[in-house]
Design a protein around this ligand. Structure first.
Ligand SMILES: CC(C)(COP(=O)(O)OP(=O)(O)OC[C@H]1O[C@@H](n2cnc3c(N)ncnc32)[C@H](O)[C@@H]1OP(=O)(O)O)[C@@H](O)C(=O)NCCC(=O)NCCS
Length: 149
């Protein structure tokens, strides 16, 4: 079942994200960030357990970002990631966004949804305010991709 996240989900969402962050597959998220951005999050729940999450964050005029996409290891490759991405794209459309971008180490996964690679410099300057806080800045290997809606 896919639904918007609730406060009670936060610790599980953090556990899921930070598990992959330790493997350098995504960026870690603090509890503070997760509380502040909770309303961006979608979760997939199975038997009272959060098995996947993704956030849709509105960044700029008609531009949204999919962030923090993760599916628990033993539930991968069963369509949960696809459901999360499609739900975020649909939400972006409903909000009136015209483009959605991702910063990712998994370009092949996002290519399936019609995302294409762009130069980081095509993204608005505002995005870099967050990058500066990242432990990997300025040696970021994430690939920027965008999809028109
Ligand atoms: C990337 C991730 C979210 C995909 O979730 P998932 O539930 O396994 O994805 P799905 O089952 O919906 O897969 C959809 C398609 O993408 C493919 N796919 C899945 N993971 C992939 C990957 N890492 N690279 C390329 N293709 C991938 C699947 O084979 C499937 O293709 P098909 O429809 O042709 O069979 C999941 O592997 C994950 O959480 N990885 C660790 C964290 C991470 O890297 N997050 C992304 C940060 S941007």
């Amino acid at each position: 079942m896919i639904r918007k996240a609730k406060i009670r989900d936060i610790k599980q969402i953090q556990g899921l994200i930070n598990y992959f962050a330790k493997m350098d597959l995504m960026l870690p998220r603090s509890l503070n960030e997760l509380y502040e951005h909770l309303r961006d999050f979608w979760v997939v729940e199975e038997k009272n357990k959060i098995v996947g999450c993704a956030a849709l964050h509105l960044s700029w005029d008609k531009l949204a970002e999919i962030k923090s996409l993760a599916v628990i290891k033993n539930r991968q490759r069963r369509g949960i990631g696809t459901m999360l991405v499609n739900t975020c794209l649909e939400e972006a459309r409903e909000l009136g966004a015209k483009e959605v971008f991702v910063l990712t180490y998994k370009p092949e996964f996002f290519k399936k949804f019609g995302f294409r690679k762009i130069k980081h410099s095509f993204l608005p300057h505002k995005i870099w305010a967050e990058c500066i806080k990242c432990p990997k800045f300025p040696n970021c290997q994430e690939i920027a991709m965008v999809r028109r809606l």
